[in-house]
Design a protein around this ligand. Structure first.
Ligand code: SF4
Length: 610
């Protein structure tokens, strides 16, 4: 099959059995790859009601048909599993070089099941696949383990690993790769930890069969040229995602003090310019990237090298916890990487804990004498360590804000910032209905990357609650996740305006399959609906109220910034949901109708997977 490695690798950690199966052509046609493969295997293979941290849950790691080719940014890989954080669907993508290496080894997915009796790592060197003892790596940090495994196996091996947070089943532990790239959201690292799988090491030497190499060379070159010719190219490469920090503050989209405010009083210490001047030492890109947004930094204050900080880390650990020195954020970022924690979720968790302390809900006894205050880097560093090791208050906070607030009570659920149990990423949206709807309806919880609609709010008027905002959210929820199915980075399109019309011919040149843009959007819609059905199947009583935003966004106005005094109206939230469900072909409770499932060719899969 052109464009594919050709095999699915299946690892049973309980029995140690390793097997290879041909990649099913009809699944590739229907779901493309990446997160499309992820949800297909999750839905059809993991039994209903499986414990996310038990042996029945699986991790499905998948490149896509573009991965490892000349397509721009062809370096994205998806990890899908049942989330220990939310109890629903989790899919986290990671850049770097893992996805290309896996394709070169000949695999389109690794399906990992069972639980190993002892710590192991998965060794893949083309056809040679083994589970190797990782007892001596257990307890060590992600960056340390990646360095160690490269030393043992060779620099050509690409490594994905978990840190102590994953081992200790922190519900938002991540998988780390390429010294600072993360499959961050939903607790995929905790699932690896529960399986006693410390790392995956991959090396591949095969070619990827391509239908029309000349056409791919021509189209890939054209796309890369278009990307480099973009007006935004230089700024993007200079600052990466941290280029939006100043903009975010100036428009009041920067989360501050647990999303109470939309801007920091003084954000100069966190700006992309400050970061570039003070700590960045080089740019760093994923496989095949013409526009490297990764920044590799050195903090003199803490003597650490770290990738980033990315905007999201600066927003949630910087803004939301009020750390205003980029070197403090960089060190917290390094701790997140080494401990293996999602910096978005943990920034929220720490901000929530500080607010609880401020309100007397958490006491000094419970924090073992630690005074939780805004703007204190030592508080952030200490809590990060405690959470990763589940020590003292860290044990409660390791469960995420939803469970921590349910346990603490005293109205703390009113300011636990999450949707579906996942903490919100870095855009304040008391006054951004499209962005809020994006968070409410995102398929993994409150995550921005499926639909980054805040610029649309700003463009058409942020007070407006109109149907076109719903249309925009749905459109983005199909386009952006499509890249996760293709196994490529979306940022060349989002930030650097590569024409979407280039992608169908690129896919055809690789696979030989002629698909229109509408066909691809339909595939993405199919994936979106199957992920929704996964929630319906797994979460008892799943429906409309699971799409509600945190109360803070409609009960409390913004306290500081250009949107000061603004909040959403409850009636508008309900109207947005009604319109969204109707446009999606779902019922009033947010459940896809049988007609919609039949239209997308999902009826049979849903029936079998029940
Ligand atoms: S734009 Fe950034 S995330 Fe995307 S491929 Fe390039 S370096 Fe990776």
């Amino acid at each position: 099959m052109n464009g594919y490695g050709g095999k699915i690798l299946r690892i049973n950690l309980t029995t140690g059995q390793i097997s290879k199966e041909p990649t099913p052509t009809h699944i590739a046609e229907k779901f493309l790859g990446g997160r499309g493969f992820g949800i297909y295997f999750l839905y059809t293979e993991v039994p209903r009601g499986a414990d996310p941290l038990g042996p029945e849950n699986k991790i499905i790691a998948s490149p896509g048909p573009l991965s490892g080719t000349l397509a721009p940014g062809a370096g994205k890989m998806d990890f899908t599993t049942k989330s220990p954080l939310t109890g629903g669907y989790a899919s986290a993508s990671v850049g770097g070089h893992l996805t290309a290496e896996l394709k070169y080894a000949g695999y389109d997915s690794i399906i990992i099941e069972g639980i190993s009796p002892k710590p192991v790592y998965l060794y893949i060197n083309d056809d040679e696949v083994e589970l190797r003892d990782a007892s001596d790596l257990w307890g060590k940090g992600s960056i340390t383990v990646e360095t160690e495994l490269k030393k043992r196996l060779g620099e050509e091996f690409q490594i994905a690993t978990i840190g102590p947070a994953g081992e200790n089943l922190v519900k938002y532990a991540c998988i780390t790769h390429d010294f600072g790239r993360q499959a961050g959201r939903g607790g995929v690292g905790a699932v690896m930890g529960a399986k006693k799988l410390k790392a995956i090491a991959v090396h591949g030497t095969r070619d990827i069969p391509v239908a029309d190499p000349q056409a791919l060379l021509r189209l890939g070159t054209e796309a890369i040229k278009a990307c480099k010719a973009s007006e935004a190219f230089e700024v993007w490469v200079r600052y990466g995602t941290s280029g939006v920090t100043v903009w975010s503050n100036e428009v009041g989209a920067f989360p501050v003090r647990n999303f109470q405010a939309g801007a920091l009083e003084d954000y100069s210490g966190l700006s992309g310019e400050t970061m570039r001047q003070r700590i960045v030492i080089t740019d760093k890109g994923c496989f095949g990237c013409p526009s490297p947004c990764g920044k590799y930094s050195y903090s003199k204050k803490y003597s650490i090298y770290v990738e980033g900080p990315e905007y999201e880390t600066t927003a949630l650990i910087g803004g939301d916890c009020v750390l205003t020195d980029i070197e403090d954020v960089a060190y917290a970022n390094w701790l997140c990487d080494e401990l293996g924690i999602d910096s978005i979720s943990v920034g929220n968790v720490i901000a929530f804990a500080i607010e609880c302390f401020e309100k007397g809900i958490l006491t000094k006894e419970e924090t073992e004498g630690l005074e939780l205050r805004w703007g204190d880097p030592q508080v952030v560093f200490t809590l990060l360590e405690k959470i990763a090791r589940r020590e003292g208050i860290g044990d409660l906070l390791a469960e995420g804000v939803k469970h921590a607030s349910q346990k603490l009570g005293e109205n703390s659920e009113e300011f636990a910032i999450h949707v579906k149990g996942m903490e919100m990423s870095g855009y304040e949206c008391h006054n951004a209905p499209a962005m809020l709807l994006s968070y409410m309806t995102c398929d993994v919880g409150a995550h921005h990357n499926r639909s980054w609609a805040i610029t649309y709010d700003l463009q058409v008027g942020r007070d407006l609650v109109t149907d076109d905002k719903v249309d925009r959210v749905i459109y983005l929820q199909h386009v952006r996740p499509l890249f996760d199915c293709l196994g490529a980075c979306r940022l060349q399109w989002v930030e650097l305006s590569i024409d979407l019309g280039l992608y169908p011919p690129i896919l055809k040149a690789i696979t030989g399959i002629d698909r229109s843009w509408e066909d691809l959007m339909k595939i993405s819609e199919r994936v979106w609906n199957l992920t929704r059905m996964y929630w319906v199947r797994e979460v008892e009583g799943f429906g409309r109220e699971w799409d509600y935003p945190p109360p803070r966004f409609y009960k409390e106005p913004v306290t500081y910034g250009p949107t000061k005094g603004k909040r959403m109206e409850w009636d508008d939230i309900q109207r947005l949901l009604d319109t969204y469900y109707q446009k999606r072909g779902w019922d009033k409770n947010g459940i896809p109708t049988p007609e919609k499932l039949a239209e997308l060719g999902l009826a049979e899969i849903v029936r079998i997977g029940v």
